[in-house]
Design a protein around this ligand. Structure first.
Ligand SMILES: C[S@@+](CC[C@H](N)C(=O)[O-])C[C@H]1O[C@@H](n2cnc3c(N)ncnc32)[C@H](O)[C@@H]1O
Length: 295
């Protein structure tokens, strides 16, 4: 029975107990089971490996995922880290044999000590508990847009952006989302009038909710999509002196700025395309109205 079929046949709770027994010895713990080669090919395909990708494997075993990615494209570089020194030595020897040692290296290192700030594709196939523990590290350190891949197991409440069930165990892709949580401000000019929008965005992984105000008018973001640094949403909102409008925002998040375009459908049926430039602000009183009505 293949390891993947075997794993699927036992309840996760049992795996959890087996893993918990090893937690205290995590520094020395090393369970190596290679991903089946067809699964490796599916991971590489789902990652849509392209020129200049930097592919890594956290817990790289015999190195097969990074080596397969490097063979698939001569412009791909990468590394793997593993807690088991013998596997690291074996992987580096294999990289030499396959003629890719100038682009691929393996290090004897704990996954939690790996520097993932410059990588574009992260693979990992570890017990679910360890992957959950790695989730905050990935979200805090990896750049928005970094593709994260694993199979069989998932990432808990961080929903996969793509999940391929064809041909055996599920293979999943998660895109590291930009951080958009907080207060934002932008201006639009419509029918000769300037509108300043203040907005608040709340975020859990790639799920985002938002509310905006322009003057005394309010609107709720609809159909919000956040994929890496690409943010898009719709907004139906009445604007003073203009009437009911429908906005379609699309932009790229870069730290505390968003740059893109907004298409506005006006009440008279006309459409206007405008640049959209938002900046994050530290706070706003606009969404914390206090006090009571005066007589
Ligand atoms: C299930 S194997 C997967 C190997 C490879 N990624 C693959 O898919 O073929 C998990 C690997 O993670 C390594 N490992 C486990 N805990 C680790 C840790 N804390 N730091 C680095 N490597 C670890 C093990 O030695 C093992 O080689």
């Amino acid at each position: 029975m293949r390891f993947e079929s075997f794993l699927r046949s036992i309840p996760l709770a049992v795996l959890g107990i087996a893993w918990a027994a090893n937690v205290s010895a995590q520094e020395r713990f090393s369970l190596f089971v290679p991903s089946a080669q067809p699964t490796v090919e599916r991971l590489v395909k789902l990652a849509k490996i392209q020129d200049n990708d930097f592919v890594v494997d956290l817990g790289s075993g015999d190195g097969r995922i990074v080596l397969t990615a490097a063979r698939s494209n001569p412009k791909v570089r990468g590394w793997g880290v593993d807690i088991n020194e013998n596997l690291v030595r074996q992987s580096n020897e294999e990289a030499k044999k396959q003629g890719v040692a100038d682009r691929v290296q393996f290090y004897h290192r704990n996954v939690f000590d790996a520097d993932i700030r410059e990588v574009t594709v992260i693979n990992m196939w570890l017990f679910p508990e360890l992957m959950r523990l790695l989730r905050p590290k990935i979200l805090a350190e990896a750049r928005p847009g970094t593709r994260v891949l694993t199979h069989l197991f998932d990432m808990g409440s961080w929903q996969a952006d793509e999940w391929d069930k064809e041909g055996g165990s599920g293979v999943g892709l998660w895109i590291v989302p930009a951080r958009v949580e907080g207060y934002w401000t932008w201006q639009t000019a419509l029918n000769g009038a300037n509108f300043t929008h203040d907005a608040i965005m709340e975020q859990r992984f790639q799920m985002v909710e938002g509310i905006t105000r322009a003057g005394n008018r309010r609107g709720v973001f609809q159909n919000v999509r956040l994929r890496g640094e690409d943010l898009a949403f719709s907004l139906e909102m009445t604007l003073d002196g203009v009437g009911l409008t429908r906005h379609e925002f699309a932009g790229k998040v870069n730290g505390d700025t968003i740059k893109g375009t907004v298409k506005v459908a006006l009440p008279d049926g006309k459409n206007v395309d405008l640049p959209w430039a938002a900046r994050r602000s530290t706070s706003t009183a606009h969404f914390r109205p206090t006090g009571v009505e005066s007589k």
